[in-house]
Design a protein around this ligand. Structure first.
Ligand code: AMP
Ligand code: MG
Length: 405
């Protein structure tokens, strides 16, 4: 019995968690997109001191005029980066710039546009509010706050918080080491002329790009002919120094589909064949410590199985908390008829309507060999296995293709 997509995903995620990769210390410059392997505790208040949000004049809020005007003698200036703030007394103010520390005793900044300068004094009107234009220490993060938890994929803003907190790097999951094999006697590297019955290998680039989207540069990347001796040697070698072997082609039940036999021989098949379309022949196995994902060679099947199963596994191996992915949904802009009992991943365009709802329009070209359907699509929409007729307006789950959000 072939696995359902849900079961296959669960099994794959468990395998990914069991095949966790190690951790490493990475400096700030290279942290974007990495998965935290430690909780990040902010050691000190951010900002570290109360400072001015505007260019203006620091005063004591209690001294602001409640009616008419008030006059404040200018006691000095404090700029951002000043090593000390000038002392100031009753009835005095200090000129201050954005980001400069508030002088002790000051709790209010009146913006410079709102004051009149009169010799060595300034005149402030009664409309000013005590406490205004000040960023208190710790208003962004307090000392001791857990800013980000283990398992977070770091965004540029999060890396900026690490820098602001004085960190030079963080402990993150290592990137899984992935080998990429494209298999098939008919494949020729793009750029070379085609002989009879040959096609250019395109999966190398779709899979390579999808991996790169996760920050993973596959190594080695190899074309393998449908030759059991070569395939076997390549898989065995790669399993010694990779965390995951990814291949396309050779997993159906044709006579040149050698992969299932080789994986069973060198290791274990965890599952083979998933009730999905495209991508049914997908194989998941293990050789030594390396997980193996044999994706079907049809270019659309390759992309769909990567997004549905391989991507979550690569994230789970890094202990990413969102490995299963955020659920996105849209409404069908056209009815869908499905005659089979597999879960279908249709290529669809996604549009946001005026009322902020997302609508999915399935593409015309849905053949698993037709890249055009993916090229024109924004997402794969999931038609569950037990659904056969979905009316226009039905809600479906979607798997964004890179670039949708
Ligand atoms: P297979 O899964 O090996 O049975 O291949 C299924 C289909 O995908 C066949 O039409 C293959 O020619 C095609 N195919 C396999 N590998 C690739 C590749 N790397 N690039 C483009 N098409 C491929
Ligand atoms: Mg083949």
């Amino acid at each position: 019995m072939h696995l359902s997509v849900d079961d296959a995903r669960r099994r794959a995620l468990d395998l990914g968690l069991a095949a966790r990769v190690g951790t490493e210390s990475v400096e700030l410059d290279r942290l974007g997109g990495r998965i935290l392997a430690e909780d990040i505790v902010v050691p000190d208040d951010l900002p570290p001191f109360a400072n001015s949000a505007m260019d203006g004049y620091a005063v004591r809020g209690a001294e602001l005029p409640t009616s008419g005007e008030g006059r404040f003698r200018l006691a000095g200036t404090v700029l951002a980066g000043a090593s000390a703030a000038p002392a100031f007394g009753d009835g005095e103010c200090v000129r201050i710039t954005t980001g400069a520390p508030l002088p002790p005793g000051a709790d209010t900044v009146v913006i410079k546009e709102n004051v009149t300068i009169d010799g060595d004094s300034i005149v402030i009107r009664s409309s000013e509010r005590a406490g205004a234009n000040v960023r208190p220490a710790g208003e962004d993060y307090h000392a001791g706050d857990v800013a980000f938890k283990k398992g977070t994929a770091l965004s540029p803003a999060q890396v900026a918080v690490l820098a602001a907190a004085g960190r030079t790097g963080a402990i993150v999951a290592q990137r899984p080491r992935v080998a990429l094999f494209v298999t098939g006697d008919e494949l020729v590297p793009s750029g070379e002329p085609l002989g009879f019955g040959q096609i250019h290998d395109s999966n190398r680039y779709s899979l390579g790009g999808l991996l790169r989207g996760l920050g993973i540069e596959a190594h080695p990347v190899m074309h393998l002919r449908d030759d059991p001796v070569r395939l076997r040697a390549a898989f065995r070698n790669a399993a010694d120094h990779c965390d995951l072997l990814l291949s396309s082609g050779g997993v159906s039940a044709g006579e040149a589909d050698l992969l299932p036999g080789i994986v069973a021989d060198l290791g274990t098949i965890h599952f083979w064949k998933v009730r999905m379309r495209p991508g049914m022949p997908l194989l998941c196995g293990q050789i030594g410590g390396a997980l193996v994902f044999g994706l079907p060679g049809n270019p659309v099947s390759t992309i769909a199985t990567f997004l549905v199963l391989v991507r979550p596994v690569l994230l789970a191996m890094q202990r990413a908390t969102n490995a299963a992915g955020r659920v996105w949904r849209a409404r069908l802009a056209a009815p869908v008829l499905k005659k089979h009992d597999r879960c279908e991943f249709l290529r669809a365009r996604i549009d946001m309507r005026e009322d902020a709802t997302l609508w999915a329009t399935p593409m015309q070209k849905q053949g698993s060999g037709m890249l055009r359907g993916v090229v024109d699509a924004d997402a794969l929409i999931m038609i569950p296995e037990n659904a056969h007729e979905l009316a226009q307006g039905s809600v479906v789950d979607l798997l964004p293709l890179p670039g949708l959000f």
